[in-house]
Design a protein around this ligand. Structure first.
Ligand SMILES: [Zn+2]
Ligand SMILES: [Zn+2]
Length: 128
């Protein structure tokens, strides 16, 4: 173990919501599912997963919406609409943050793919 603990700060587009995640993400992955597509308006989502105890919301609050009641809860900024999180229900024990919400998203490269069968046919990536 190194002496320094990694921290990842982030927030929404307008700055009303800010958070800090600590430690190495449990996973970083592409999600091609249609539900993520709808929530983000983007062809694909990329998430970094942290345990619920591994982050704190330092400003404002993440507004929640159950996109699939009993299964999936999504978070966003109620002021600017930025997509921020996705959580599995019941629980949740971990929160998956959209990497675009982090100040240093370049440090969060995805290594896995979820729901590749729902990927848009014209969307190609160099590596995953
Ligand atoms: Zn905002
Ligand atoms: Zn998804």
């Amino acid at each position: 173990m190194s002496g320094t603990t990694e921290q990842f700060e982030g927030g929404c587009l307008c700055g009303a919501v800010r958070f800090i995640a600590t430690g190495v993400p449990k996973g970083i992955y592409w999600c091609y599912c249609q539900s993520c597509r709808r929530h983000t308006g983007a062809p694909v989502a990329v998430f970094a997963a942290f345990d619920c105890e591994a982050y704190i919301v330092t400003k404002g609050e993440i507004t929640k919406f159950d996109s699939t009641p009993g299964r999936t809860r999504r978070g966003f900024c109620a002021r600017c609409g930025s997509t921020l999180t996705c959580e599995s229900l019941p629980g949740p024990t971990e929160t998956h943050f959209h990497v675009g919400a982090f100040d240093q998203a370049a440090r969060l490269q995805p290594r896995r793919q979820y729901f590749p069968e729902e990927r848009l046919p014209w969307f190609h990536i160099a590596e995953a």
